[in-house]
Design a protein around this ligand. Structure first.
Ligand SMILES: Cc1cc2nc3c(=O)[nH]c(=O)nc-3n(C[C@H](O)[C@H](O)[C@H](O)COP(=O)(O)OP(=O)(O)OC[C@H]3O[C@@H](n4cnc5c(N)ncnc54)[C@H](O)[C@@H]3O)c2cc1C
Length: 410
C-alpha cells in the first residue's frame, strides 16, 4: 500500500467521516484534517434540536433518493454502496446504537448529539487522523508535480497528494472559492428548509397547534406536499411546509418568498367531498353548535376559526347553516389560501442548496472530473435533502466514498 499525504479541509460530518474512512482503509496514509474554527462538528452538536437526526430508516436507495430535491439522481449509486443500513452498522460497530422514531427519523438512543460527536472524534483519533482546529485553509494550488500546495491561516504551507474539500453549506466560503479556482462551477446558493411568514386571522394566536394530515401547494406551480403542519408564532412550519420549501427552494427565492399558499387541513379530500361530509354532519347534528362537534377531528380552535372565516358565527347550530355557507366552509377546509410574506429560519434543521455542480464530480470516488485527486463531500456539493436525517446521510455517504478513494481502495 502507498502512503499518500491526504488533507481534509473542514471538520464537519462529511470531513470527519472521510478522514476516518481514509485512515481506516489505508493505515499507512498520512491523513490530516483542518478545521477553521475552535469547534469541529459544531453542526452535528446542534443538529436535530441537540439530539442529532443521524439518518432515516429508509434502506431502499430508490426510495431514499426521492427525498433529495437536488442530488437524488447522482446519489443512487453511492447509496447502494453506503446507505442508511451501513450508517447504522458503522455507528453500532463503534458502540453507538440508533433508534427509529414513528416518522422514520433515527437518533442515538441517548437522545444526545454529543454521543455522535464523541464517537466521530474517538474514531478519528483511533484511526490516526491528525485533527487541527482553529486553523483554516486560505488558498490551494497545484504544483507542477501534481501535488496540492495548501496555505493555512497562520501563513504556513503544506504539500499533499490528495485534497478533500468538505467546507459545508456556506457557498461563499473559501472552499467554494478554491473549487472555483480549480475550474468548478458553483451553482448559486439559496436557503432550503425554511418556514413561511403568514399573518392571517385564521391562525393568529394559534401557535403550537398542529394538524397531522395537511396538503400544501404553491399557486402557479406544481409544488405540492402532504404531511403534518404546525402553526408557529410567525406563520406555518412542519413537514408539509418544510418539504415545500426544499423542493421549491429556487422557485420561491425567485418569487422573493411572496406567494399564495394553498392549504387543505383535511389531507387529499376535495372541497366537494368535504362539503358532502358537512351536509351529512348537518343532518346528524341538528341542534348542536357547529363549533362543538367536527367530523374531521381537527383542533377545535382551528375548526372555529375556519367556520368564522366562512361566515359561520361560533354560536350557530348545525341546522341553521345554509348550503352556501357549508360550501364556503368546505373551501376553507380543503382549499384555503394564505398570503406568504417571507420566510424564517427553521431552527431544527436548515441547509443551503447550490454548490459544486454535480456533473463535474465522479460519484464513484467523489473526485473532481476537472482536477485529478481533488475530492468533494457533504453540503459543499449541490446536494440537499428534505428534513429527516437525509442531509447527514448524504454527508456520511459522500464522505465515506471520498475517504476510501483517497485511501486508494475504491
Ligand atoms: C441547526 C441545524 C440542525 C441540523 N440538523 C440536522 C439533522 O438533525 N439531521 C440532518 O440530516 N441534517 C441536519 N442539518 C444539516 C446538516 O447539519 C448538514 O447538512 C451537515 O452538517 C453538512 O455537513 P458538512 O460536513 O458538509 O458541513 P458542515 O457541517 O458545515 O462542516 C463544514 C466545516 O468546514 C469548516 N470550514 C469552512 N471553511 C473552512 C476552511 N477554509 N478551512 C477549514 N475549515 C473550514 C467549517 O467551520 C465547518 O466546521 C442541520 C443543520 C442545521 C444548521
Amino acid at each position: 500500500m502507498t502512503s499518500p499525504r491526504v488533507i481534509v479541509i473542514g471538520g464537519g460530518a462529511a470531513g470527519f467521516f472521510a478522514a476516518i474512512a481514509c485512515a481506516e482503509a489505508n493505515p499507512v496514509a498520512h491523513v490530516v484534517l483542518y478545521e477553521a474554527t475552535a469547534h469541529p462538528l459544531a453542526k452535528v452538536r446542534v443538529s436535530g434540536g441537540g439530539r442529532c437526526n443521524v439518518t432515516h430508516a429508509c434502506p431502499d436507495p430508490r426510495e431514499l433518493v426521492k427525498r433529495y430535491p437536488r442530488g437524488g439522481r447522482e446519489l443512487t449509486g453511492p447509496f447502494n454502496r453506503f446507505g442508511p443500513r451501513d450508517t447504522i452498522a458503522w455507528f453500532a460497530a463503534r458502540g453507538v446504537e440508533l433508534k427509529t422514531e414513528n416518522d422514520g427519523r433515527m437518533f442515538p438512543v441517548t437522545d444526545n448529539s454529543e454521543t455522535i460527536v464523541d464517537c466521530l472524534r474517538l474514531a478519528a483519533d483511533k484511526a490516526g487522523v491528525k485533527v487541527f482546529t482553529s486553523m483554516g485553509v486560505r488558498k490551494a494550488a497545484k504544483t507542477d508535480e501534481g501535488k496540492f500546495q495548501v496555505e493555512f491561516t497562520d501563513g504556513s504551507v503544506g504539500e499533499f497528494d490528495r485534497m478533500l474539500l468538505a467546507t459545508g453549506g456556506n457557498k461563499s466560503s473559501v472552499g467554494s472559492i478554491i473549487a472555483g479556482e480549480f475550474g468548478h462551477t458553483i451553482e448559486a446558493p439559496v436557503p432550503s428548509l425554511f418556514t413561511f411568514h403568514i399573518d392571517d386571522a385564521r391562525i393568529r394566536g394559534l401557535e403550537g397547534l398542529s394538524v397531522l394530515d395537511a396538503t400544501t401547494s404553491v399557486d402557479g406551480s406544481r409544488l405540492r406536499e402532504r404531511g403534518p403542519l404546525l402553526v408557529t408564532h410567525w406563520g406555518m412550519s412542519g413537514p408539509a411546509i418544510l418539504k415545500l420549501s426544499a423542493w421549491g427552494a429556487r422557485e420561491l427565492a425567485e418569487r422573493s418568498y411572496k406567494f399564495t399558499l394553498g392549504v387543505s387541513w383535511v389531507g387529499e379530500r376535495t372541497p366537494a367531498q368535504v362539503q358532502a361530509t358537512l351536509v351529512a354532519a348537518r343532518a346528524a347534528n341538528l341542534k348542536k353548535k357547529i363549533t362543538t362537534w367536527n367530523p374531521f377531528a381537527l383542533p377545535s380552535r382551528l375548526w372555529e376559526r375556519l367556520a368564522v372565516a366562512a361566515g359561520i358565527g361560533p354560536d350557530t347550530v348545525w341546522t341553521s347553516v345554509s348550503n352556501a355557507a357549508l360550501e364556503a366552509f368546505a373551501a376553507q377546509l380543503a382549499a384555503g389560501e394564505f398570503a406568504v410574506e417571507g420566510k424564517s429560519l427553521n431552527k431544527e434543521e436548515f441547509v443551503t442548496c447550490g454548490g459544486v455542480r454535480l456533473r463535474e464530480v465522479d460519484f464513484k470516488t467523489m473526485e473532481s472530473r476537472l482536477c485529478p485527486r481533488l475530492h468533494f463531500a457533504g453540503e459543499l456539493l449541490d446536494i440537499d435533502g428534505v428534513t429527516g436525517g437525509f442531509n447527514f446521510q448524504a454527508a456520511w455517504t459522500t464522505g465515506w466514498l471520498a475517504g476510501r478513494a483517497m485511501a486508494g481502495v475504491t
